[in-house]
Structure formats: structure tokens, C-alpha cells
Design a binder for this molecule. Sequence first.
Ligand SMILES: C[S@@+](CC[C@H](N)C(=O)[O-])C[C@H]1O[C@@H](n2cnc3c(N)ncnc32)[C@H](O)[C@@H]1O
Length: 458
Amino acid sequence: MENPPNIAFIHKVASDLTGKTTVQGRTHSFRCLKEGDEVHFWYLGRGKRRYNKIDQVFIHSDHSSIQCQYFGVCGGCSGQHIPYEEQFKYKTKQLAEQYKDTWEVETELIPAQTSYKYRNRMDFAIFPGKSGLRESGNFRKIVDIESCLIQSEWADKEWKLIRSYISQHPEIPLNRKSEEGFLKYVTIRYSFSTDDSMLIFTIDKALEGCEAEKELEAWTLANSSAKNIIFCYNPRQSEVSAFGSFRLAKGNSSYLETILDTRLQVPFDSFFQPNPKQFESILHEIQKWILEWKADNLIDLFCGGGFFSILFGKYFEKIVGYEVNKASIAAAKEIVGNLYPKIESSFESIDLFQKKFIPQFLESLENKQLDPTKTVLILDPPRNGAGSFMLDWIENSNIKYIAYVSCNPKGQWDEIMNHIGKNYNPIKVLITDPYPQTPHLESLVILERKKTVIDFKF
Ligand SMILES: C[S@@+](CC[C@H](N)C(=O)[O-])C[C@H]1O[C@@H](n2cnc3c(N)ncnc32)[C@H](O)[C@@H]1O
């Protein structure tokens, strides 16, 4: 850099674990810095836009808690510079205060039991000369990673082996520009509770079955200890891993997890809680409320493979689930149908974010003839939230009880403040941390209808 840098000290850590500093009346956020750390930075660009782009050099006052050599560059973790107990305080403090100040509800806070080696799934991007995770703030750049400390030991060993093979075979990685090569992602899934394991290779569909893929398969079968191995195919431009048509090379297309003593087959392309053990406190809490409410019906919204219906279906007379992913819906139908043959259950694949499908959703619910005053809604949307159509529907639905699970507690707070909270009171908040070293959390808010209209129908 030609110009001398701005030099500043971090004075505060925010709930997203970024360090804040104020220079000439402007506050800037820096990843991976804590109170007392020094930052040297340069404004890039001109005029108003110059403040949007910053180049930086970190000087940590204390490195002792950083365990990973890629920390600061890799987009995966952003909290290793702060001891775990402090991370959890920073992540939860503001939310707990907001619930207390606005709704007079105390938040139960449950920190992580294990702060490394906890994730059951990693998706590594494969590029020529580099295989690993995305760079922080830059989806196009890959950090070449040999070892990731938040995945299981088995997955770490497996990744080292596969990465080493790929790096010796330049014909394998797909070059997104020249279109040479064929492999886009390696996904590793591992169950801590059953020791079941799965490798998923995501391949450019145009090159399905090429000679180099056959060689990769032969090498993997001979060298990998994964119990299930899958090759899946999607279009060259797609940057979605573990998704598309597939071929089994070994084992099954699903792997086995257990949670709350229940065995669950997880399809290779389905969502499953990334750290199931740490999620159990949320499940115990939901179960407690379900037992207290004694409602007849369960609506499982954004149901995935029927996770909550499988665990809690036995407490209801009718279960309905909605979700966009067709394979997940098929799995939910089969498992819930087999587990609870005497319970009326139905699962439908509907895109709940698209206006044109909302009439289909409403008609489907109306046909089920559920009494909303005897109904529990379990709502577990993706990180970007429940979406405006579902929020409008929930707010005016007259459903008596809601268990709202979220991996984005800040977004969840906004949705409760701006929509659901108009007609519902939060009566219990629980926040737990299945994602140590990252800014993420998982939260549960239990809500009850403020006032119900007895003869209301969906
Ligand atoms: C946080 S996951 C929860 C899944 C399930 N409740 C579980 O615990 O396994 C969110 C779910 O929302 C689904 N989803 C994403 N976009 C959707 C959409 N537009 N319409 C309906 N479901 C969607 C995803 O496929 C995913 O299964």
C-alpha cells in the first residue's frame, strides 16, 4: 500500500463477533478482532464508495485461543480469537436483553459442550490447484484447506486422504472457466451417534460417467473407509453440492443418525441438524410444551424429512407437513406413515416462498379441517426466515401454540417483532450454540395466541 494506513484499536465486539472501531466519526467492523486488538487499514475506492471497501492488516493482542492456521482467511470460523465462553456471551447478550426488555421473558442460555470437532457435515469446493472452503467475504476465492478443526476426526482424516489424491490428479477438479475437469464438490457426512458415514462427490452432469470419474471411484472404493459413497450430478453452472441425480457406488443413499433415542435415515441430499447433540436441549423444551398443551394436531412447516413429526408425532391425532424438497417429503411420508400407521398424516412439497403456490397451501390446509385452537405449529424455516406469505398467514392464523425454531435468532426476533408478535406472546426463549467459533446460534421461541376466535377456520 502506498499511503500510510489508518491505525485503530477495537473497542467493542458485536453479537456477530466482529470487532468495532470508530475513526473520524465512522464506525467500521472487522472480522476476527477483539477488544484491544490493533488494525491497520486503508480505504479503497473514491468518494462515498471509498468507505465500503477496506483493506486491512490485523494485529492480535493475544493469539493464544486461535487453533487453526487458516483462521482469518477462511470463511468458516470467525470466533477462534475469543475464548469460547466469551464468544457465547457476545453472541447472546443483546438478544437476551431484547426479549427481557420487550416481552419480559428470561432467555435460557445453553452454551456448547464441545467447541471443536462438532460438525457432522462439511462441503469442500474443488478447484484446480485448490480444494477447501470459501474465502471470507469472497465466494469466488477458495482457501486451500488440508484440515478443518470443527469437523469430526474421521471426516478430517478422510478429507486429508481425498484432497491429497485430488491434488495429484489435475484432470479431476472442474475448471469453471475453461471447463476442463469434472469434480465440483466433496461432501463428507458423519454421524457422531452411530458412526455411520457418507462421501458425496458432486460432478458436472455433462461429464457423467467419464473415464476419470471411474478412476476416482475405483480409488475411493479401495482407499476410503466411508460406509456409503455417492456420485451425484448437476449442471456445470450450479454451485450446489450434494444435489441432483445420483449413482450409488457403495452402501445406501441415506445414512443413519439417532437423536432422542430415535433412529433416522438421512437422505444424502437432505438437511439434517449439523450438530444434533447440541440441538437436544431445544427438542426437550419442545417436548415439554407439547405435553403441557395436549393439542390434537401438528403442523410441521419447513418440515425437511419430517424431523419434528418423527420425534413428536406420537403426541398428535393428525400431522401435516410442508416443505419444498421432494425427496425430503417422500422420506417424511414413508417414515412417519410407517412409525405411526394409526395417525392421520400428510406431507406435501410446496414452495412456501412463492406467491403463486400459497393458494395451494391454503386449500390443502383447509381440506385437513384442523381446529386451529387445538393445533401446534412447529416452524423451522431456512436461515433467511419464514418469508412474507407464511408470516402473514401465521400472524392471522389463530393457531393456538407455536414452537418457532431458528438458526438465525436475529432474523427470528425481527419476524416476531414485526409480524407474529402482533397476535402472539413469546412465553419462553431458549438459545443454544451448535456452532462454536462461528457467529451462528440456534434458538427456540415458544409463542401463544393472545386471543382466539373460537369458530375461526383456516
Ligand atoms: C432449517 S431446515 C429445517 C428442516 C427440518 N425441520 C429439520 O429440522 O430437519 C429448513 C427447511 O426449509 C426448506 N425450504 C427451503 N426453502 C423452502 C421453500 N421455498 N419452501 C418450502 N421449504 C423450503 C429446506 O429444504 C429445509 O428442509
